[in-house]
Design a protein around this ligand. Structure first.
Ligand SMILES: [Zn+2]
Length: 145
């Protein structure tokens, strides 16, 4: 339990860094993968899913460097791009970045709140305690205090 909480904040921090890079990168590029009737990519500051009515002749990874217009809000566009009747779903990357960022900040704050001599669930001071469970909330701790 303690280990999981500790690692969560670092995973969160790494995810924030990745999302930030992806978001900034997606302002100036389109990077993604084209399969038969579906393409997933990062562009216009969004994670984009494109659905095509017919199987595309182009398959595989693609990357284009050029400044695009940026979408700040989730958006659905029908048939406005290169091919007719395509559907494009846009999820701006600042939304997952904000969610993961807030969760990571909370994880860091929580970690500071409860020191090594405290129950990591409720913060109860376990200094000198000889129980295997927290007397306050019943959380079992695995590392000796
Ligand atoms: Zn507790």
């Amino acid at each position: 339990m303690k280990f999981r909480r500790r690692s969560v904040k670092w995973v969160g921090l790494a995810a924030c860094a990745l999302l930030l890079c992806a978001w900034i990168g997606a302002f100036w590029s389109a990077l993604g993968y084209q399969a038969n009737t579906v393409a997933v990519n990062l562009s216009v500051g969004c994670f984009e899913i494109s659905l095509f009515p017919k199987s595309s002749p182009k398959h595989g990874w693609f990357a284009v460097w050029q400044p695009y217009e940026t979408y700040w809000l989730p958006k659905i566009i029908h048939g406005r791009f290169n091919a007719a009747r395509t559907t494009h779903l846009f999820m701006p990357l600042w939304i997952p970045l904000l969610i993961v960022g807030v969760a990571t900040i909370l994880a860091f704050k929580h970690d500071r709140q409860f020191g090594p001599d405290h129950c990591q669930t409720c913060g109860y001071d376990l200094h000198g305690a000889e129980h295997e469970k927290c007397p306050e909330c019943g959380n079992e701790y695995t590392t000796p205090i």
